[in-house]
Design a protein. Structure first.
Ligand code: GLC
Length: 361
C-alpha cells in the first residue's frame, strides 16, 4: 500500500501538526507528502524523515495548470491520496477526475462545516462526498455532525494522537503572582485573543497573559488590532506576544503557567492545545463549543465556559484564580486519562485499520 499524504499549505497550524502525527504512525510500504506550497512545514516533515514534495509558487497565468500537473506527477504510482484539508480534497478530486486517476481518495475533515465557519458553499462541497466515493474521517464527533448536517456522508471519527514521550508534567508553576495565563493558537478573530485581552483588563488581580501564535492565514489586520487594543487598555505589562512557539510540549512543561485558556468564539473542531495542556498537568479553561466538550470532561477536568454569554469568560477567570488549588489537582487527574485517550497507540491502531479497509475496499 502506497500512501500520498496531501495538504494545500506549508504553514504549521493544528491541522498540520496532526498530519505529522498521522504520518509517523501510518504503516505502509511507501509514503510521501505532497504540499501545494513551500514553507516551515517542509523542514518539520523532513526532520521525521518524511519524503516531501513542495510546490514553489509563481504568479504567471498558467499557475493553475502548473499546479494540476505538479499534483498529477506527485500522485503518480500511489494507491491512496490522503487529503488533510478541504482544499486538498478539492484539488485531489479535480486531478482524479480530469486525469482519470484510480487512486483512492481520503478526506480528513479538520474544519467544522457549519454555518458559523462556512457559507452555503459548504452544501455542494459536503454533498460531493456522496457522489465521488471519497472516504471521510473526522477529528471529532462535532466535525462529523456538522458535515452530516450539510449533506455530507458518514465516516469515522479518529481523535488526534500525541507522542507522549514529548510530554512531561509542569513542575515549575507556582502560585505566586502574577497569575500566568497562556493562550496557544494561531492568531485569528475566532480564536478569541481579543476577548481574553478585554476580560483581563477588567480583572482586579495581578495576571499576565502569554499570547502564543501568529497570524497564519492572512489575519495580520486582526493581529494589529489586538496589539492596538493592548495599548489602549494600557496592558503592555500584562500581555506578552510570544509569536509561534516551536515546541509546545516543552514550552508547557518548562514555563511558569497557571492556566491555559482556549477561548474560541466559534465551535472549535478539536482543540489540540486543550489536550496538550492536560498532558502537562496544567489547568485548562475552554469554550464549551464544538469538539472541546468531547475532549475535556466537563465535570472533572477543565473549566468550560460559554463564550456567547457576555460575562462568562471574566467570571470563569475569577473562578479559576480562586480555585487554583483544586484545579491543579484535577489537572493531574486529567493528565492520566488523556494519556490513554489520545495516545499514539490508539491513533496507530485506528488509522491503520482504516487505511487497510480503504485499500482493500
Ligand atoms: C484544525 C482545527 C483544530 C484541530 C486541528 C487538528 O486546525 O481547527 O481544532 O485541533 O485541526 O485536528
Amino acid at each position: 500500500m502506497k500512501i500520498n499524504f496531501f495538504t494545500h499549505t506549508a504553514k504549521c497550524g493544528g491541522a498540520e501538526f496532526s498530519l505529522i502525527d498521522l504520518i509517523r504512525v501510518a504503516e505502509c510500504e511507501k509514503k510521501k507528502v505532497t504540499l501545494l506550497d513551500s514553507g516551515d512545514l517542509v523542514a518539520k516533515l523532513k526532520s521525521f524523515d518524511a519524503e516531501v514534495n513542495e510546490f514553489h509558487r509563481g504568479n504567471g497565468y498558467f499557475e493553475f495548470i502548473r499546479k494540476l500537473f505538479y499534483l498529477k506527477t506527485s500522485f503518480k504510482g500511489y494507491d491512496i491520496v490522503y487529503s488533510n484539508s478541504n482544499r486538498a480534497y478539492l484539488w485531489a478530486l479535480l486531478v482524479k477526475l480530469l486525469f482519470f486517476k484510480r487512486f483512492k481518495l481520503i478526506w480528513h475533515l479538520r474544519d467544522a462545516m457549519d454555518g458559523n465557519h462556512f457559507g452555503i458553499i459548504r452544501y455542494p462541497v459536503c454533498l460531493s462526498s456522496r457522489l465521488t466515493g471519497v472516504f471521510v474521517v473526522f477529528n471529532s464527533e462535532y466535525t462529523r455532525s456538522a458535515f452530516r448536517s450539510s449533506f455530507g456522508k458518514d465516516g469515522l471519527v479518529i481523535y488526534n494522537g500525541f507522542d507522549m514521550k514529548n510530554f512531561s508534567t509542569n513542575e515549575v508553576s507556582n502560585q505566586s503572582s502574577p497569575y500566568k495565563i497562556a493562550m496557544i493558537s494561531r492568531i485569528s478573530p475566532w480564536k478569541g485573543q481579543k476577548e481574553v485581552i478585554k476580560a483581563v483588563a477588567n480583572l482586579d488581580f495581578n495576571v499576565e497573559v502569554l499570547v502564543c501564535g501568529a497570524p497564519l492565514f492572512g489575519e495580520d489586520e486582526y493581529y494589529n488590532e489586538i496589539c492596538r487594543e493592548v495599548e489602549i487598555l494600557n496592558l503592555k505589562d500584562k500581555v506578552k506576544f510570544l509569536g509561534n512557539v516551536s515546541n509546545v510540549p516543552k514550552f508547557l512543561a518548562e514555563t511558569d503557567i497557571n492556566l491555559v485558556i482556549h477561548a474560541s468564539t466559534l465551535p472549535e473542531p478539536f482543540g489540540r492545545c486543550v489536550v496538550e495542556a492536560m498532558l502537562t498537568g496544567i489547568p485548562v479553561m475552554a469554550s464549551n463549543l464544538g469538539g472541546v466538550p468531547e475532549i475535556a470532561n466537563k465535570d472533572s477536568f477543565a473549566y468550560l465556559f460559554d463564550p456567547l454569554e457576555p460575562n462568562d469568560l471574566e467570571r470563569g477567570l475569577k473562578f479559576c484564580v480562586s480555585s487554583q488549588q483544586s484545579l491543579m489537582a484535577k489537572a493531574k487527574q486529567a493528565d492520566k486519562e488523556c494519556r490513554n485517550k489520545f495516545s499514539y497507540e490508539n491513533l496507530r491502531e485506528s488509522i491503520n485499520v482504516f487505511l487497510r479497509n480503504v485499500y482493500e475496499n
